[in-house]
Structure formats: structure tokens, C-alpha cells
Design a binder for this molecule. Structure first.
Ligand SMILES: [Zn+2]
Length: 741
């Protein structure tokens, strides 16, 4: 079975455009990675399988590798259908076993089931993210409802659940080790969270609610999309003042594409709105663009989402009521690191006052610039980005071209290998050309070994460059995860980016942000590679925890050892000057009032929506009153206003979970300080050993809160995060947040 969370895994596999969690941006897709596993053992049936390369057992070196060189799109649909049927047959075999349920004949059998589907999903993931095409997307549309139906056949299989429950009920008396017990609990909880414990009328109602919610999620997303597509603005040449050339060129190309050659298109999306508001000198146009963007789903017309939000909140509340929870957030957070809405709330409320206080300072700085220019205005929300940019130029100006000359892609990769060697004791060696199949000539593969013992750990695939059919951004995936319960399986991890190829013989130079992202994704890969768990389910992710490991790894980019040896000028070989690094770090705290406040406002409203009684809720009034009570500054709005907050209303990926980004940030800052404070700094052997042992290798085999405590000797505190954002550390809260069980 694909992880415990079969539902989540499939959603992730389907979410072709899922981004990695570096950004709290607009992509509401479910998961960051498509994590897949392959288990040896279960045999698929004869003829059809033999002909279909996607279903074949992986052969070749390193415990078998995906046959990327022979994958054919026409095999995909039949492969998925056969693999789904095989998994259902596996499940049928489990439930029809005449013997009483045991850990081996139920839980292990479940962990072993579905290996064909896991393999097919690896190819599916490549077509969806790395090699997409209209032909693939047609198959994806056709297969999506079948996968959803297949998934509910498993999660709603009562006979299967009764066997799982029988093992769960006796788990204390079965002589299970800690990992086995946790597998049983995670699998049981997953069924229970999804309504398996219900009977009769309640079960029926549960199913009806889910069906209606699925419709509402789609409507919500479609309404936002309609408002993003329905408000294009076409500018004339005299309306471009202030816009950089690159934005003008993109706007001209977009207008031509939309049949308005000679004009300049600004669309109602973040990628268009954000730079326009940052640079345009035309205040009236800024106001218009701002209003269009922040009114998406809130225009009182056919695409208005307020009634949909009210219905979603009521149905969610009713559904978790059937399961015995007081509110939706309580249900949602039970298997998150935060565990309760109160703890998530406490964290947000501890940071909030500093964030809005900083907004006041930022607004004062901006007002001073406007006054000095004789603008005769009061800063409004559509002025924030514009004047913030002027302040940035004056106070923190960085020449990004100068920085880039020290950031060569090949050197950065070597730097990551160096860090992995120091912290994880891993070595990376390129595999012999042609020995491991790849799906594109740009993809390169390295073998990962333990530096001391020489033991084979796994393979690392890197697909670095942009091309047509590849989705944007950067991400990490697992083609096969580490397990030992059925014989040892080694890891196949991959990193994917969209760097632009350099001219032949020239190094690829990247921005500081992109270098950080490269390290971030490598952090995910190291999390996969360092796994020492026995069962597939224990490799599953925890929403408010899995971005922490990757965020933490970003910190090694600016360590002295990396700077001196790897961040060297591509012509002179000189290391990046320390003043430049200091400037980069200082710039990172710029505009944190705005960034933290707009994010937290969304996260707080999300949590309040899901902890309040939705009986007579008017979402519009609720949002307004909640923000008023919080003292939201007038000069900015929520990053995602409720009527277009797709993270929480076009699905359940981040509902009552938007706080998770901040939660992971707290852990990141606090863990980074554990290194900074230690004798050996960021390369301290003792802290590194604890990092691997408690925070990386156990994946989800240990409760994340317990794992963190074992690493740090205490719970995480917010002090380090406040320092990183340039906020004052609150005296009283120093010991509270992210603490207490
Ligand atoms: Zn990530």
C-alpha cells in the first residue's frame, strides 16, 4: 500500500503542478512531493504484464532501476488499470484470509500490496512533471475519476478495516516492536480519520457529505479561475512608466497571444499583479490591478464564492461531528506535529504583534519616501509594494548580477555533496554513463554510499534544466523508498529544477534564491536517502514537519566552508566577499512586516474559520470582523483572502493547516541555532549525528514532537525565528510556543 495515506499519495500523484513548500504562494496543490515506493514480492499476472514495460519488475544494477529508457505513453492507461485491479485483488486476498487477523497477515500484507501501482506511479510522475504533453493530460483527465473510485474502494472497505482494527485493538499484547506498533497506529488512524469507524446512517451521511464537498471544491476552484481569466487589462504604451523592460516584453507577448498585438497585457494572477504593483508609477492603475486581484471570488456575481465557503464550513463541521470532534481543526491537527488548534494558534499569536508593529515601521519608511518625492498621498494597500521597492533600493540594494558570478551550478552541486559528506557521511559518485536508464539526456545519476563502510545507500537522479513539457519550479521525488521488512530496498531519490542551460563550455550561473532552493530540494533528497525505517508507511510525511528538514539544509549555503571552497567567482576563482554575503543576509529581513503579516492574517483566519461554529456564518463579515479584532493594519490585506483561498477551500490540503509553514520555520530557525551555538558550528559532529539520528533517519517512525525533543533536549522556541526575521524576541513567550504536550 502506498504509504498509509493512500488518499494523500494519489492526490499528490494527480497534482501535476504541485510546488515545493518554499513559497507560501498561490499553488494550492495537495503535496510537495510525489513519494512513491516499490516493493519486491507481489507478482503481477502473466501476459498483459509481460507486454507492458511499465508493470515490469525493475531489473538491472542497484536492486533494480526504473526502465525510463523504454517507457511508452500508450502503456500508461492499461498499466494503471491492471495495477489497480491487482491491488484490489491483493486486498481481497487479505480480507478473505480464513485465519484470524495478525500483524503479518493483515498489516504486513497491506504494506506489501500495490507494488505494481507504485511502479506505474513513478512513470506517471515523470510524465506529469518532467515530460508532460497534451496526450498525457488527456489520459490524466480520463483516469482521475477511476483513481478516486479505486481509492475509496480501499478506504471504505469495511472488512479490511475490521481486520486492521482487530490488530490495532490487540497491539499492546502482540509483542510488536516500536516501529511495528506505530505502523499499526498510523494505518488505523488513517482509516478512522476517514470515517471507517462509522456505521449505518452516520456512514451514509459521511459519504454524502464527502461527495458534496468534492463538488464544492471544484466549483470554488473554477470560480477563482474564472475571475483570474476574466479581468485582463490591456495597457497602451503611455501606461508603462516604471515597468522594467523584461516585464514590458512579457506583457507585450501576452497581449499578442490574446489577440491584442501592440498592447500590453496584465492578467489577474499573482505573477502579473505582483511585479506590476512593485514597479508601476501609475497609481490609478495600481489600484485597479490590486482591486481586481483581491476581489477574486468576491464580486457578487455568478463566480462569487461566499455561499460556497459557508456550505463547505458547515459540511466539514457536520462531518467531523460524526467522528466525535468539536471542530474541524481539532480533527485535522490530530496527526500533525502541532496536535491541537490551540498550540498552532499560540504560535501565530506570539509572532503576530511583532509583525504588525514592523508593518508600522515599514509604512513610516515608505510614507517618508512618498513625502520626500512630493507625492501627497497616504500609503494605501496598492502602494505598499511600490514604495517598499524604493525603500529596498535605498537601504538594501543588492546587485543580483554581481552575486550570480559566484554561484555556479556545478560548484553548488559539489557543495551539496560536501555538506552531505560532512553531516550524513555520504559520498556521491557518478554512475557509469549508460548503466542506469534515464528519461532525458540531461538527467544524470550518482551512486550514494556510506563514506566509511562503502555500503550502498541509493541513487540520486538530477534533472536540472528547463524544457518544454516540464513544470516550473523545483521539486524532489522518491522513485523508491527505504524499507527492510521484506528484504532491504535501497532508495532512489531525485531532484528536479528549471535552470537555464548556459552556452556550450560556459558555467550555469544562478541567483541566490535559486541556489537556496537547490539546497532546499537536496534537503528533501537527503531526508529520503537517510531513511532507516522498515515499513513503507513510516516513510509518509507530516504536513507541518516535512518542510522543516529541507528548509534547514538551506542554511549550509552560507556557511564558511561552502563559501570558501564553492562560492567562487566563475572567472577569478575568488570566494564571494564577506560584505556581499552580509548584504544578502541583511536583505533577507527586509519587508518582513509585510510578508509575515499578510501570511499570518491568512493563517489566522483559516484557523478561526475551522474552530468557530459555522451555523450562521457569513464568510465576508467573519473575515472582516476577525481581522478587525486582530488589529490588522489598513495598509495591507491577507495574502489569500477567503473567497480565493484555494489552499483551504478548493480541497483539504491546507485547510486548518496554513499555519504549517510558520511551524516549520520555527523548527528550522531553532535547529539552526543548535548548530550555531555548538563548538563545531554548522559542522559539529555531535549535533550532526543527532540531526541524522532523530530528525532525518526515522522519517515518520517516531512522533515528530518527540523526535525534536530528542534532538534539541527541549521543545522548539520561537526566539530564533524572531531573530531571523529581524523582530524583537518577546520576553515572556520565550519558553512557550511549540512546547508543552
Ligand atoms: Zn520543500
Amino acid at each position: 500500500m502506498r504509504q498509509t495515506l493512500i488518499a494523500v499519495s494519489i492526490a499528490a500523484a494527480l497534482a501535476a503542478a504541485a510546488g515545493c513548500g518554499k513559497d507560501t504562494g498561490q499553488n494550492p496543490s495537495a503535496d510537495n512531493q510525489v513519494q512513491t515506493k516499490q516493493t519486491a514480492g507481489a507478482k503481477a499476472d502473466g501476459g498483459a504484464v509481460a507486454a507492458n514495460s511499465l508493470l515490469k519488475e525493475w531489473t538491472g544494477p542497484y536492486g533494480g532501476v526504473p526502465a525510463f529508457d523504454t517507457m511508452r505513453l500508450e502503456d500508461l492507461k492499461p498499466a494503471l488499470e491492471i495495477a489497480m485491479a491487482n491491488q484490489l485483488a491483493n486486498i481481497e486476498a487479505i480480507v478473505s484470509n480464513p485465519s484470524a487477523p495478525t500483524f503479518a497477515n493483515t498489516i504486513e500484507a497491506l504494506e506489501r500490496s500495490g507494488s505494481d501501482l507504485d511502479r506505474v506511479f513513478v512513470y506517471y510522475g515523470i510524465w506529469s512533471s518532467n515530460l508532460s504533453s497534451p496526450e498525457f493530460r488527456a489520459i490524466q483527465r480520463e483516469i482521475a475519476p477511476k483513481l478516486a473510485e479505486f481509492q475509496s474502494k480501499i478506504t471504505q472497505n469495511d472488512q479490511l478495516f475490521q481486520r486492521v482494527k482487530a490488530v490495532y485493538d490487540q497491539r499492546e499484547n502482540l509483542d510488536l516492536n516500536a516501529e511495528q506498533k506505530r505502523v499499526v497506529e498510523l494505518i488505523y488512524d488513517d482509516f478512522a480519520m476517514n470515517g471507517a469507524t462509522l456505521k449505518g446512517e452516520a456512514k451514509k451521511r459521511y459519504g454524502e457529505i464527502n461527495q458534496r464537498l468534492a463538488e464544492l471544491y471544484t466549483q470554488f476552484a473554477n470560480n477563482v479561475l474564472a475571475d483570474e481569466e476574466g479581468y485582463d487589462i490591456f495597457l497602451t504604451k503611455d501606461q508603462l512608466s516604471g515597468l522594467p523592460e523584461s516585464i514590458v516584453a512579457a506583457a507585450a507577448a501576452l497581449a499578442e497571444e490574446k489577440g491584442q498585438k501592440g498592447k500590453y497585457a496584465i492578467t489577474n494572477t499573482r505573477s502579473s499583479m505582483d511585479p506590476f504593483l512593485t514597479y508601476s508609477d501609475n497609481r490609478a492603475l495600481r489600484e485597479k490591478v490590486w482591486k481586481n486581484y483581491y476581489s477574486r471570488g468576491d464580486n457578487g456575481d455568478a463566480h462569487d464564492n461566499n455561499a460556497i465557503i459557508a456550505e463547505i464550513l458547515k459540511l466539514r463541521d457536520e462531518r467531523v461531528g460524526l467522528l466525535g470532534f468539536d471542530n474541524y481543526a481539532q480533527w485535522r491537527l490530530q496527526n500533525r506535529m502541532a496536535k491541537t488548534p490551540e498550540r498552532a494558534m499560540a504560535l501565530m499569536e506570539a509572532v503576530w504583534p511583532a509583525a504588525i508593529a514592523r508593518v508600522k515601521e515599514e509604512v513610516a519608511d515608505m510614507q517618508a519616501v512618498a513625502d520626500a518625492e512630493g507625492a501627497d498621498i497616504t500609503i494605501e494597500p496598492w502602494d505598499y509594494r511600490y514604495y517598499a521597492e524604493k525603500v529596498r533600493k535605498a537601504k538594501y540594494d543588492l546587485n543580483s548580477d554581481e552575486v550570480k558570478q559566484y554561484l555556479q551550478l556545478d560548484k553548488l552541486r559539489e557543495a551539496m555533496f560536501f555538506v552531505a559528506g560532512e553531516l550524513f557521511n555520504f559520498s556521491f559518485t557518478p554512475v557509469e554513463e549508460g548503466s542506469v536508464p534515464v528519461f532525458h539526456e540531461d538527467v544524470k545519476v550518482w551512486e550514494v554510499k556510506d563514506k566509511t563502510s562503502g555500503e550502498h545507500i541509493g541513487l540520486w537522479y538530477l534533472d536540472p534544466f528547463a524544457r518544454a513539457g516540464k513544470r516550473s519550479g523545483a521539486w524532489a521525488t522518491m522513485y523508491r523508498d527505504h524499507t527492510t521488512f521484506d528484504g532491504k530496498q535501497t532508495v532512489l531519490a531525485s531532484n528536479n529544477s528549471n535552470f537555464i542551460k548556459g552556452a556550450p563550455g560556459e558555467p550555469v550561473l544562478v541567483s541566490w534564491d535559486d541556489a537556496e532552493t537547490f539546497f532546499h530540494e537536496f534537503g528533501h533528497a537527503l531526508h529520503f536517502l537517510s531513511s532507516n525505517v522498515a515499513y513503507p508507511t513510516l516513510n509518509s510525511g507530516v504536513r507541518d514537519y516535512t518542510e522543516f528538514q529541507s528548509q534547514l539544509l538551506e542554511r549550509w549555503l552560507s556557511t564558511d566552508a561552502v563559501i570558501d571552497k564553492y562560492l567562487v567567482h566563475y572567472k577569478t576563482g575568488e570566494p564571494i566577499p564577506s560584505e556581499l554575503v552580509a548584504k544578502i543576509k541583511k536583505a533577507a529581513t527586509f519587508n518582513q512586516g509585510f510578508a509575515t503579516t499578510e501570511y499570518l492574517a491568512s493563517a489566522l483566519v483559516d484557523m478561526k474559520f475551522h474552530t468557530s461554529d459555522p451555523k450562521d456564518i457569513d464568510p465576508d463579515a467573519f473575515e472582516r470582523e476577525t481581522l478587525e479584532a486582530l488589529g490588522m493594519p489598513d495598509e495591507l490585506v491577507m495574502r489569500h483572502r477567503s473567497p480565493h483561498f484555494g489552499h483551504i477551500f478548493s480541497g483539504e490540503g491546507y485547510s486548518a493547516g496554513y499555519y504549517g509553514y510558520l511551524w516549520a520555520d520555527v523548527l528550522t530557525s531553532d535547529a539552526a541555532e543548535a548548530f550555531a551555538e555548538s563548538e563545531g558550528g554548522f559542522y559539529d559532529k555531535e549535533v550532526a549525528a543527532k540531526l541524522v539520528k532523530y530528525l532525518f533517519a526515522p522519517r515518520n517512525a517516531i512522533d515528530p514532537a518527540e523526535a525534536y525533543r530528542a534532538f534539541r533536549g527541549r521543545d522548539a522556541r520561537i526566539d530564533a525565528l524572531m531573530r531571523d526575521r529581524g523582530f524583537p524576541v518577546p520576553e515572556k513567550q520565550a519558553d512557550t510556543v511549540a512546547a508543552q504536550e
